[in-house]
Ligand binder design. Structure first.
Ligand SMILES: [Zn+2]
Ligand SMILES: [Zn+2]
Length: 762
């Protein structure tokens, strides 16, 4: 332990407060001030009250002050003409507040109320507007006595602690008589009790703020005693039971702000006044190197004949001069007197918090990232689910991953509590956990459809909220269209198609899986790309992958997100992650045949954790549920696979694979001579039950009604070209009509053998 004491500190240790109060006579009898029963007196009749009494005086002049309002909760009194007052209040009253117009409001604690004996409390008020003489007298009394103890911390003088600002410190109760008994005190409350004893509460607000930070830094840079951080005396910093509105403001405005040097809380010495220059630590002791205590000019002190205190660190007279005459703020003051330091930003009394995700009422599945908006920097944010602590978060981005698969389906209250160091704020939302897929049935037409509008019949369980379609936009990761230059294709019974693409951590180099450069997706503003992935071990949390939708040869990103391993809910279990993307414009891609610039789906295999990609499926956005939903497919013909999902509000789904057959166009049919035709339908084929003929006996001027051609001269559904010849008994001119299995009809007009007579004459 190395201790350097200021010479000015030698001799009897008299607190400044005692000094200010000297000359105040002691009361030999209880002065009867005016007091009144509280408004709720009847309810308190049984409460036993203690007597508090004293005299209110003005600082320096010691003039008695009348009309001072002294309040303890619902109890209050007013001082008499001679300044005397008397207040009945519960013996455990913690605070008295004191108000008088024209004076700085104040409060007092440590009242020592008792039912056995009255408690005397002296109250000294400071005018708001000081005469020059009064100001000078106050300065003189404070400066000749202010200053921190000049000594290194008890353990390891040069071992500077890291910045871990406590919320409570140990303060010796009665040093030096008792060097061991201490109280845990809230740090900010302690600082509130130091500033008015080290600097006059009437000083400039910026000086008081500088002093608040210096007092806070000093108190937390110790410990300065074997058994406690600080004492209440001039050995460290004077702490007392009085508070002033001005000094309280300075403490609140700098809440939890401290001076640091190289990232550690600095021992911020301060003293009364100097001779126009402060001292370096080596000037006091050549062996003591405190790098932030260098000798700096102190203009307001120029002309002083001597120092008060050792002259190390912040000079009070100088600080007040710089603030009041040069307009310096507290940061300018502190960085002037402490060389090379930083000042940590003040923290708000409360840090209001709002849960930004999930939204109130959200239905949730899998792992949910919970995020908050904070108005300030808290010490921590705690997340609770139904009042059970779910996460204790001590650093930005203050988020939590909630694995809802560890909860039963149902409603929960999600609460975020931000703790500023003194006060808590909270935000609450109600969430609904749902990890159970909906159920239902999906029925598509069995025969050929003549249009791309597919009527789909649905039934669904009550939790379903929509149906979504994929027109077979599914790419298996093992498909060569998905390129991989790292990882292997493995057999995997849990994977769609029985195979998966796996990047093995520690074996396969990081790299992207990408493709297929698809150009068939109709332009639309909203699609959902669903990547189905798994990892064998989610913990500890590491960056796992990035999932992206791109085009323009990978240059344009249409959607995407990064995932960490803990974004997956269960080890070694496939889970889908949905990437919404906007494909309103092809951006000039897909215009050059063979160019690799169409849509691609990119999976970053990062190499930190084994990752498997099963498949990627693109869906159109949800359609509303109805007994029959008309799904408008992109126009195409033939046998088409649809992937249909019933989805619930949480994103769980039931998947149905359905085939539909579509024939968009009628058969081709062409007249062959006067009485025959050639017909063909290459998609659904010709319908043998729907073929007709009509004949004309007047050379094509008029035609008979259409008559069934039965039996048809072809097998039903043939996609070959067939020749339709005149049935028995038909007239010389015959025309034909045929249908495909999708119901499209086409016919020939026949040959009008009369009209071309003119031509024949030629
Ligand atoms: Zn001490
Ligand atoms: Zn000075």
């Amino acid at each position: 332990m190395r201790t350097i004491r200021s010479g000015a500190r030698k001799g009897p240790r008299i607190s400044r407060r005692t000094f200010l109060r000297s000359g105040l006579g002691s009361l030999t009898a209880l002065a009867i001030g005016s007091w009144r029963w509280p408004s709720s007196a009847r309810a308190m009749e049984s409460v036993q009250l203690a007597v508090f009494y004293g005299i209110t005086t003005e600082v320096i002049t010691e003039r008695p002050l009348a009309g001072v309002v002294i309040t303890a909760g619902p109890y209050s009194t007013v001082s008499a003409e001679d300044g005397s007052w008397r207040l009945l209040a519960p013996p455990d009253t913690a605070w008295l507040t004191v108000n008088l117009a024209g004076y700085i409001s104040m409060s007092l604690t440590e009242l020592n109320g008792s039912l056995e004996a009255p408690s005397e409390i002296e109250i000294v008020l400071i005018p708001l507007n000081l005469s020059p003489d009064l100001a000078a007298a106050i300065d003189a009394k404070y400066l000749a006595g202010s200053g921190s103890g000049i000594h290194a911390p008890v353990a390891g003088a040069d071992a500077v602690p890291a910045v871990t600002l406590p919320t409570q410190i140990r303060v010796l109760r009665n040093f030096p008589a008792d060097p061991t008994t201490y109280d845990w005190m809230d740090l900010e409350e302690y600082v509130r009790g130091v500033v008015p004893y080290e600097t006059p509460p009437s000083w400039h607000p910026e000086t008081l703020r500088a002093q608040a930070i210096a007092a806070r830094s000093y108190a937390t840079s110790g410990p300065y005693h074997e058994n406690a951080d600080v004492c209440r005396t001039t050995h460290c910093q004077v702490y007392g039971n009085e508070r002033y509105a001005t000094t309280d403001e300075a403490v609140a405005a700098t809440r939890r702000s401290v001076v640091t040097y190289n990232g550690a809380i600095a021992n911020t010495f301060y003293f009364g006044y100097c001779i126009g220059r402060t001292r370096s630590s080596e000037e006091v002791n050549p062996n003591w190197h405190v790098p932030w205590c260098r000798s700096v000019p102190c203009d307001p002190c120029v002309g002083n004949g001597d120092y008060w205190g050792q002259g190390i660190g912040m000079c009070h007279e100088g600080a007040q001069g710089y603030a009041s005459r040069s307009g310096w703020n507290y940061a300018q003051i502190l960085t002037h007197y402490y060389t090379g330091i930083s000042i940590t930003p003040p923290q708000a009394l409360e840090v209001p918090v709002t849960i930004t995700s999930p939204l109130n009422g959200a239905h949730l599945r899998g792992v949910v990232l919970c995020t908050v908006a904070l108005e300030g920097t808290p010490e921590y944010v705690d997340y609770y689910v139904n009042d059970q602590l779910a996460a204790h978060v001590t650093a930005a981005p203050w988020e939590m991953r909630l694995n809802t698969t560890t909860l039963a389906d149902g409603s929960y209250t999600l609460k975020a509590v931000s703790w500023s160091g003194v006060a808590a704020c909270e935000s609450t939302v109600t969430i609904r956990v749902d990890n159970t897929p909906p159920s239902g049935t999906v029925t598509t037409p069995s025969g050929w459809l003549g249009t791309n509008v597919v009527p789909v019949s649905l039934t669904w369980s009550p939790d379903a909220v929509g149906v979504r379609f994929s027109c077979n936009w599914r790419w298996e990761a093992e498909d060569p269209a998905i390129r991989h230059h790292t990882g292997i294709i493995e057999l995997d019974g849990a994977a769609s198609g029985g195979k998966t693409l796996t990047g093995r951590a520690g074996t396969d180099l990081p790299g992207d899986w990408y493709g297929p450069y698809y150009c068939g997706l109709p332009l639309a503003p909203r699609y959902l790309a669903c990547f189905r992935i798994k990892t064998p071990a989610r913990y500890p949390n590491v960056p796992l992958t990035g999932l992206y939708v791109k085009d323009t040869a990978g240059q344009r990103r249409l959607g995407g997100r990064a995932l960490t391993s803990e974004d997956l809910a269960v080890d070694n279990t496939y889970e889908e992650f949905v990437i919404p993307f906007d494909y309103s414009s092809a951006n000039g891609t897909c215009s050059v045949p063979g160019a690799l610039d169409g849509l691609e789906f990119v999976t970053n295999y990062l190499g930190q954790r084994t990752l498997s990609l099963d498949c990627i499926t693109v869906f159109e956005p949800n359609l509303s549920l109805a007994p029959v939903v008309n799904y408008i497919m992109p126009a195409q013909e033939g046998e088409i696979s649809l992937i249909i999902r019933l989805v619930d509000a949480a994103g769980n789904y039931a998947e149905f694979l359905r085939q539909v057959t579509v024939d968009l166009f009628p058969p081709t049919i062409a007249q062959l001579g006067a009485d025959a035709a050639l017909a063909r339908d290459t998609v659904s084929g010709l319908d043998a039950s729907r073929v007709w003929w009509a004949d004309s006996t007047d050379g094509g001027e008029t035609w008979s009604t259409w008559k069934p051609y039965s039996p048809a001269p072809f097998s039903n559904g043939t996609t070959e070209e067939v020749k339709l010849g005149p049935p028995n008994g038909a007239a010389a001119d015959v025309r034909y009509m045929a249908s495909d299995l999708a119901g499209h009809v086409a016919f020939t007009r026949g040959v009008n053998t009369n009209l071309p007579l003119v031509l024949r004459q030629c």
